[in-house]
Every structure is written in structure tokens, then in C-alpha cells.
Design a protein. Structure first.
Length: 284
């Protein structure tokens, strides 16, 4: 369903600004990721903490409520000004639902200029009627969506909002890339990328070293003692591009091979590389 998508450094910077996360409670763990469908880019904001506890008792119905945005860019994402209006709509919806019924907001899905907030609710009585009235009174110029159905197993949360393996990789990679972009990196130049991997046994590490050596990685090994157990560590270094598409393709492959040798991938890091700007030649 998902396809690889190249996201420019400029778009990443805008993504960081546009899709700021809501205030988090101690129980919540909000994060965002992007994915591509056949007809365009999607953006998902999701409370990751619920994956361990879902479904929550008594919240057996899902309500996806939102609007068709009126001002979007070529990727189908709301512009900054439009997104501010969407935040107002979301806050209003949440405030109204809080007065109507016990609920839990679990995420937001934005795709092709449609933006839906997902809630799990205890009871659906009069929700559609009240939401319809709310849109007519407060947001009459927007086309509303009100989708309500029984979902005792929280399949909408698990299948639509919670990231699959590839998108989970994108989320982790995106965090590192954001720091590079904030440092002035435009992600167009290869640089040494350092990957860290841990193994429980030296035999498992040797299993993976064969793959890493054959694929051009320079290797450094070390052993770390944690209480009474040893951890066999491996540092891998290779020059690569670090745009989202390139690095995700690399980390997905590494994760797959590392698991074959019972290792744990601890992530990657790379230096900021700024494109040199040369002054224009002086006129004779």
C-alpha cells in the first residue's frame, strides 16, 4: 500500500513547523510520519502509547470527523495558514465531544486535502447530529466528514494510524534528518554514516560481520559489560546519502539482515554537511 517517497529538505523543514504535536500528557506519546499512496502524500499524527493497551475498555466505536481543507499545496497538504484553521476546527470538535461522551483522541490523518481526527467513543448517541450542527454553525464554508462505526478491536487505529514497519523506520530516520536540516544540511551530499548494532553473543556478531564486510562497511568492534552480562557491540561506517528515501532503504535492509543474526539495531548518526557557496567571480 505504501510507496517510497522522496521528501526534500525544504519540505521537511515545513513539516516540522506545520505538523507540530499537541501538548502531551504523561500517558501519551504523539508522533508524526509521512507515507505515499498511489494518488499522493499522506501525513499521520498518532498517539503511539495506545498500541500497547488498545483496545481501551468501553470505547468500542470509532468516529473519524474532519473537513476538506480549502487551501492545499501540490502534495495535498494544507498550507500553513489553512492548517491553523484546521487546528481551530480540531480543538472545537474535541471540546464538543468532551461534553457529549467519554472519548479518546488517537490520531489525525491528512490525505489529498482531507483532514480527519480519529476518536474512540463510548456511545454514539446523537454524535452525528451534534457534529452536523457544529459544522453548520461554526464552519459553514467547509465540507464536513462524519464517519462513525463500531470498532471493538480498534482496527482503524492499528491499520490506518499506527505505523507499519517501513513507516516506523521513516519516523526514526526523520528525527535524525530533522536535526541535520536544522543544522543547515540540504541532504544532497554523501557523508560517512555511522550505524550501531548490539549482539548478545560474539557468534551472533560474527554472523552479521560477514554481511557488513561484503557490503562495504568499515567495522569497529567492542565489548561492553552490563552488570554480569557482556554486550557485543558493532560500529559500522559507510559513505551514503541521508535523504529520507535513501537512508530508509538502507536501514530497512540493515534491520532485516541484523534480525537474521539476532542483533539489535541501535540507529545511525551522521555529520551535518553544508553545501559550499562560492562568491560570484569579479567582473574585469
Amino acid at each position: 500500500m505504501y510507496q517510497n517517497v522522496r521528501i526534500s529538505a525544504g519540505w521537511l523543514a515545513l513539516f516540522l513547523l506545520f505538523f507540530a504535536l499537541p501538548a502531551q500528557s504523561q500517558e501519551e506519546d504523539w508522533d508524526t510520519y509521512t507515507a505515499a499512496y498511489k494518488k499522493g502524500l499522506s501525513s499521520v499524527m498518532v498517539d503511539l502509547s495506545l498500541h500497547k493497551t488498545a483496545p481501551l475498555r468501553g470505547l468500542n466505536y470509532v468516529a473519524a470527523i474532519g473537513v476538506m481543507c480549502k487551501d492545499c499545496n501540490s502534495d495535498g497538504m494544507p498550507t500553513q495558514a489553512e492548517l491553523e484553521k484546521c487546528y481551530v476546527i480540531s480543538d472545537t470538535l474535541k471540546a464538543k465531544l468532551d461534553k457529549l461522551v467519554r472519548n479518546r483522541m488517537v490520531g489525525t490523518f491528512t490525505y489529498r486535502c482531507d483532514r480527519l481526527d480519529y476518536f474512540y467513543v463510548q456511545d454514539t448517541t446523537r454524535i452525528r447530529e451534534r457534529m452536523t450542527t457544529l459544522f453548520k454553525v461554526y464552519f459553514p464554508t467547509y465540507k464536513p466528514y462524519i464517519i462513525i462505526r463500531e470498532d471493538r478491536l480498534w482496527n482503524a487505529y492499528k491499520d490506518i494510524l499506527y505505523p507499519n514497519e517501513e513507516n516506523a523506520e521513516r519516523m526514526e530516520n526523520q528525527k535524525v534528518i530533522m536535526k541535520l536540516v536544522q543544522g543547515g544540511d540540504n541532504l544532497t551530499i554523501e557523508r560517512p554514516v555511522i550505524h550501531q548494532v548490539d549482539f548478545v553473543t560474539e557468534k551472533d556478531r560474527s554472523c552479521f560481520i560477514a554481511y557488513a564486510s561484503a557490503n562495504g562497511y568499515a567495522l569497529e568492534t567492542s565489548v561492553k559489560r552490563i552488570e554480569n552480562e557482556l554486550l557485543y557491540k558493532l560500529k559500522m561506517i559507510r559513505s551514503d546519502l541521508v535523504d529520507l528515501e535513501s537512508i530508509t532503504r538502507i536501514t530497512l535492509t540493515l534491520n532485516r539482515e541484523i534480525k537474521k543474526c539476532k542483533g539489535i539495531y541501535e540507529g545511525w548518526e551522521a555529520p551535518v554537511v553544508k553545501t559550499p557557496v562560492f562568491p560570484a567571480p569579479k567582473q574585469p
